[in-house]
Design a protein around this ligand. Sequence first.
Ligand SMILES: Nc1ncnc2c1ncn2[C@@H]1O[C@H](COP(=O)(O)OP(=O)(O)OP(=O)(O)O)[C@@H](O)[C@H]1O
Ligand SMILES: [Mg+2]
Length: 286
Amino acid sequence: MSNLILGIDAGNHMAKVAGEYGIDSYRTAICEWFERDVVEIHGADDMEFEIDGRKGFAGTIAVYEDEFGGGSMFGDSKAHEDTKIRVLLAIHRYIEKYSPGIENVSLVTGQPISSHKDAEKKKIIEMLKGTHELIVNKEWRRIHIHDVAVGAEGSGAYWATSGIRSARIIDVGSGTVNCATIADKRYINNASDTFNFGMETVNNKNDLASIARGIIRGTTKLKWDKNDIVLICGGISKDILPFIAKYYVSARLLEPLLKNRGDVIFADPVFANAIGFYNLARMTFK
Ligand SMILES: Nc1ncnc2c1ncn2[C@@H]1O[C@H](COP(=O)(O)OP(=O)(O)OP(=O)(O)O)[C@@H](O)[C@H]1O
Ligand SMILES: [Mg+2]
């Protein structure tokens, strides 16, 4: 039976998925299920789900419906129940879009650098591994997850680059900013960290100059040099790059390289972790 290999970056704002057929993403807002008087379509990614007994809505509909505004868990660990829902919905969407009928999956997913520890990783692996039953938009599906490995956000994106031996990576997310140092293809723990703020948790998300200053302040404490090669990824990369480049003069976008059934494409920097995780998954599980 064929096995689908995926890289899944289950972000607090968007889930990003990469695999041999290409990429997919959806808005990861989740809210509890309720009886709908008026059935209104909010977005193409709207999903009504029942997963391992939990019922709810996900996608753009949950952004509008959740009275607590989005309902995302912006913590610095992804070892919680919402991650399971996000990952399973991501798999469901990918199979529906690209490979109907597949039930067997092996995957690499991510965790912020600061909580990339054995106990947290074990929780994620135990939560995901095994057989899950889903009903999404009234369609039933079974998914067997055979293998799970947990990569680090930011540093995982290195595996989506090519021809680079050493670099600094800044992944600006919605709840966290992950900053990774890779020297001679090795991850350097002492020069990497997670900052506990992101685009959706700052006071003013339009003030990119201040957010960039916060990131620069944090990374100079890690002894990054202004002439280092700095690669930027995450959903806001293109907009924040000019502000980061004011200090890190050699900063540029991390445009992840995806080998897609013979073709090679450069994807948007928001897919950097997902594609890096996919490449790690291919190396680990084949
Ligand atoms: N297409 C877009 N255009 C403009 N801004 C975007 C776009 N997509 C995402 N963003 C912004 O970029 C931010 C980060 O998006 P990203 O998908 O990298 O976060 P995430 O990975 O879900 O979060 P985290 O890494 O904290 O779990 C979002 O909060 C949003 O404000
Ligand atoms: Mg992210």
